[in-house]
Design a protein around this ligand. Structure first.
Ligand code: CUA
Length: 155
């Protein structure tokens, strides 16, 4: 195959760019451990209320400016809902669903998780800015899906 010099140059540049991007993606994933957060703990979705820590859903202070939120999601509510944490707190969420797949999205933050029955979802967020944060379910979960929301108040 006869190739024009310009074609060779552009092919080399394009291939080089792809290799550079792949290198950086690989470096971030493996060397810097920047993979998306994931958690593989599983529980019996029929026995959420009897399984620790979900037998006691709530907000617990676990350190200086550090809180743990044990939350169950079910059609069409978050338990606990409408809770408060002080500004500057780091909040560790431990979530599971009691029925179908729900979403846990906190508007104005990077928090966005899929919460599946039988799986324990863990996600951490620092809340610096005071305000009322809207928590939404963003996975279609039934007739009341659009009403499934709560708030986190940071003050
Ligand atoms: Cu829960 Cu949509």
């Amino acid at each position: 195959m006869k190739m024009h010099l310009d074609e060779k140059i552009w092919l080399t540049i394009s291939f080089g760019i792809i290799m550079i991007f792949m290198f950086f993606t690989g470096y971030q994933a493996f060397a810097l451990d920047m993979a998306p957060p994931s958690n593989k703990e599983i529980i019996d979705p029929q026995k959420v209320d009897q399984t620790a820590p979900f037998d006691k859903p709530g907000v617990n202070k676990i350190g200086e400016n550090e809180y743990e939120v044990i939350m169950t999601l079910q059609a069409f509510s978050f338990n606990p809902g409408n809770f408060e944490v002080p500004a500057g707190s780091t909040v560790h969420f431990t979530l599971t669903s009691k029925d179908v797949v729900h979403g846990f999205e906190v508007a104005g933050t990077n928090l966005n998780a899929m919460v599946m029955p039988g799986h324990i979802q863990k996600i951490t967020q620092k809340f610096n800015k005071p305000g009322t944060y809207l928590v939404l379910c963003n996975e279609y979960c039934g007739a009341g899906h659009q009403a499934m929301s709560t708030t986190i108040t940071v003050k």
